[in-house]
Design a protein. Structure first.
Length: 307
């Protein structure tokens, strides 16, 4: 019980640190602020899951366990999305997949015994945390050392969940080995370590970003279709969408940290408008009239909203 309460305290502490320190970080690069937002969401889901486990521990309420199991998957999956540096469209699709997986996990907990649902949850977490570990190891939005810490932490939990699922599915929860992997105290202790490691990784990322922001005052250039509504009326919505998509592809080819915004893209390319115009003309066959549709504005790093 003390370990369960400790898990709740640690999760809440990490979430407060993330929300209190991360969200005001308006001067960080746009991709990094996106990472912070979704990492914060993962922390909030973790808090909700932990609270529900505490409720279930006290009164044995089945609905609390359903929400808790779904929340664990939601937290891990959202963290994977946070570190993956996906485009807006892919990020939405990934979040939809994470939500569906969390719902399926909760449904399994609701309709099966606790012994079976623990195996199902462990197997799903093994996959989700494994994906998160790989995404963190390859992340381009989190600083290198914090990303490695995230990768190690999530990889460790993926390995633990895999062992849990294998033991539960083969030997069952009886016997000394099964009892160890079914133990709430041991599971809580492992979770505490993972929560602490992930929280530390995020805080280290914020410190690293702060140092970068102090030494890097460059601005992002936001390139958009100047009057999107007029273009849509003149050429059609499909043509507008095609122009925007080609512009984004061209920008991402030149700047792997470019971020999609509404009707355009934000990039740190020097002389962004002319550079992007040349790329569109040479690589996509844009006419001078089409290039003339583009407009440029600048925005301080971190203040451009993805769209």
């Amino acid at each position: 019980m003390l370990l369960t309460i400790g898990l709740a305290a640690m999760s809440i502490g990490v979430a407060i640190a993330v929300v209190g320190i991360a969200l005001p970080k308006a001067s960080a690069p746009v991709p990094f602020t996106t990472f912070v937002r979704y990492a914060t969401m993962a922390g909030i889901f973790s808090i909700g899951s932990t609270v529900m486990y505490v409720v279930h521990r006290y009164d044995g309420a089945r609905p609390a366990l359903v929400v808790a199991d779904a929340g664990m998957v939601l937290a891990s999956g959202t963290m994977a999305v946070a570190v993956a540096a996906l485009s807006v469209r892919r990020r939405r699709a990934a979040l939809g997949l994470v939500a569906a997986t969390a719902v399926a996990t909760g449904a399994s907990t609701a309709i099966t015994s606790e012994d079976v649902s623990l195996i199902v949850k462990a197997a799903i977490l093994a996959v989700v945390c494994g994906v998160c570990a790989i995404a963190a190891a390859r992340s381009r939005v989190a600083p290198r050392r914090p990303a490695r810490l995230l990768a190690v932490a999530m990889g460790a939990y993926a390995a633990y969940s895999t062992a849990r699922a294998v033991v539960g599915a083969t030997t069952g929860w009886v016997g000394p080995v099964g009892a160890v992997f079914r133990s709430l105290e041991i599971g809580s202790a492992v979770a505490i370590l993972i929560v602490l490691a992930c929280g530390l990784a995020i805080i280290l990322s914020l410190r690293s970003s702060g140092r970068t922001s102090d030494s890097d005052t460059r601005e992002l250039s936001v390139i958009v279709v100047g009057d999107a509504q007029l273009v849509a009326r003149a050429y059609g919505v499909d043509r507008l969408r095609s122009l925007v998509n080609e512009m984004r592809v061209a920008a991402h080819a030149l700047d792997d940290r470019a971020v999609d915004v509404r009707n355009g893209v934000a990039t740190a390319l020097p002389s962004a408008l002319s550079t992007l115009g040349d790329q569109l003309q040479n690589g996509f066959g844009w006419s001078p009239e089409e290039i003339a549709l583009l407009a440029e504005r600048t925005a301080p790093r971190g203040r451009t909203e993805p769209g």
